[in-house]
Design a protein around this ligand. Structure first.
Ligand code: SF4
Length: 181
């Protein structure tokens, strides 16, 4: 189901340069409180620092309701090659590449598809500096929350939709998705 609709938008992922992409079934996106709770560890430094991240973004129950209204989408991945597991520069480079690709794809998709819901691989990167908490979000309709912040178990989502989560030693994979219809 929805292969035909997916075939019409797959080119966006290809043009953006993603290494892997696949049709996404939103029913496979299972929200778990323990995933959301991991945000509190604040290893990314964005907990309580963006409108797109906890605690300011919606609850996992609100995301579950929103996500499961969709029938299909696309999951995309950037896979970066690292010199070794401590190649921090390589990790950052792959992260930036993924963000740029994702923003480009989402902007193109917005022109063609109405009502899409993009979920990224980190905090919202629309503005250079998020206005949180002093001013309202500048672009609430464009704001991008991460897949993890919705509580979705990303590795389960990947496996359930025909993708690997881990591409082996000395690689780093970033995963995002767009719910479309
Ligand atoms: S659109 Fe701008 S202000 Fe709104 S969450 Fe994203 S970075 Fe923050």
């Amino acid at each position: 189901m929805y292969e035909e609709e997916y075939a019409n938008i797959e080119h966006y992922a290809q043009e953006a340069g993603f290494e892997h992409y696949h049709l996404l079934d939103p029913a496979t996106m299972v929200m778990k409180q323990e995933v959301r709770d991991m945000c509190k560890a604040n290893t990314c430094g964005k907990y309580g620092a963006s409108w797109s991240c906890p605690p300011a973004c919606g609850t996992i129950e609100e995301y579950a309701e929103q996500v499961h209204k969709y029938h299909w989408g696309i999951v995309v991945q950037t896979v970066g090659q690292l010199e070794d597991s401590l190649d921090f520069e390589g990790i950052m480079e792959a992260s930036e590449t993924h963000s740029k690709r994702f923003l480009k794809m989402v902007e193109q998709m917005r022109e063609d598809c109405s009502g899409i819901l993009p979920l990224g691989a980190g905090t919202c990167m629309i503005c250079k500096k998020c206005t949180y908490p002093d001013e309202p979000c500048r672009f609430p309709e464009k704001r991008i929350t991460s897949v993890e912040a919705t509580g979705v178990v990303v590795n389960e989502m990947c496996k359930a939709n025909g993708l690997e989560y881990n591409y082996g030693p000395n690689t780093i994979a970033y995963t995002s998705c767009v719910l479309v219809g």
